[in-house]
Design a protein around this ligand. Structure first.
Ligand code: NAI
Length: 287
């Protein structure tokens, strides 16, 4: 695995699904990483997830055992936000709630170094709104990683209204150093990927509800006829129906365009607790 030419100190706030993945990728690229979370349990889960993720790369032959050990040594797990003080890059990946993010950024504004690149991994909140509560909003932007972080190559680099041009350049260089591809876009709901993907997934639910074909048939059709690597309903199960519903609701309320309106079946499935892979059942069954 390629090591970062200018290895630096990175702080990742939030050790959940995304934070752990981002921390893993940063450590594997040669950065020293501090992973911060308010929950000791989340930190422990994050530690296990990173170790498992690095182990997977060793099994696939993409990472040597010595590199794995060195990556693990570059990681620190802590509940103390003040540990962010030494970081040149700060990436926030806490719960997707504006109040939580604003509170975290208020504290981060006090402890982050004056030159640090500041980024949020939000997928549906307004970066411009988060930036309004950041002490140096010109150094702030969105770094939207995709799940699973170690696998998917894209990072949307999102320009908030306040983001400085130099910040975007720094963010792009940082993302390239992780071996990922940055794509710059403006702070608009859904950025690029979710803006295009969510209506497509929602339409698949619509087709299913109308009885156009079975779930299996809809997914096979899109794989065989449109060369999709995964069918839309299986993708919904993977993303989580609750996550997709929240994204559709957010796009719908921001744009007011009916093309983003979640189909009632999607809502009903979420109400029934059929959230996809994570609950063992969505449009398909999982054992
Ligand atoms: P998660 O629920 O797995 O993890 C969030 C973590 O933040 C939890 O461990 C929680 O303890 C921690 N946290 C909450 N408040 C905190 C605070 N004040 N200080 C420090 N840590 C705190 O969430 P997930 O899925 O990792 O999402 C995180 C962010 O990434 C959200 O903004 C989400 O929109 C975004 N995102 C999620 C994707 C996904 O597929 N799950 C994909 C791309 C972005």
């Amino acid at each position: 695995m390629k090591q970062h030419e200018t290895a630096t100190n990175v702080a990742v706030i939030g050790a959940g699904t995304m934070g752990a993945g981002i921390a893993q990728v940063c450590a594997a690229a040669g950065h020293t990483v501090t992973l911060v979370d308010v929950s000791a349990e989340a930190l422990e889960r994050g530690r296990k997830s990173v170790a498992k993720g690095l182990e997977k790369l060793v099994h696939k032959g993409r990472l040597g055992e010595a590199e794995r050990d060195a990556s693990l040594e570059r990681l620190t797990f802590t509940g103390d936000l003040a540990a962010v003080g030494g970081a040149a890059v700060v990436i926030e990946a806490v719960f997707e709630a504006i109040a939580v993010k604003r509170e975290v950024w208020e504290k981060l504004s006090e402890v982050a170094t004056p030159e640090a690149l500041l980024a949020s991994n939000t997928s549906s909140l307004s970066l411009t709104e988060i930036a309004a509560g950041v002490a140096h909003p010109e150094r702030f932007c969105g770094l939207h990683f995709f799940n699973p972080v170690p696998v998917l190559p894209l990072v949307e680099v999102v320009r908030a209204l306040q983001t400085g041009a130099g910040t975007l350049e720094r963010a792009e260089a940082f993302v390239r150093g992780l071996g990922k591809t940055p794509i710059v876009c403006d702070d608009r709901p859904g950025f690029i990927v979710n803006r295009l993907l969510i209506p497509y997934l929602n339409d698949a639910v619509h087709a299913l509800a109308e009885g156009v074909a079975s779930a299996e048939a809809i997914d096979s059709a899109m794989k065989l006829g449109a060369n999709m690597p995964i069918g839309p309903l299986a993708l919904l199960d993977l993303v989580g129906l609750d996550v997709a519903l929240a994204a559709a609701e957010s796009l719908h309320s921001e744009f007011g365009d009916p093309k983003f309106r979640p189909h009632p079946l999607l809502r009903q499935m979420v109400r029934a607790g059929k959230l996809g892979r994570k609950t063992g059942e969505g449009f398909f069954q999982y054992s």
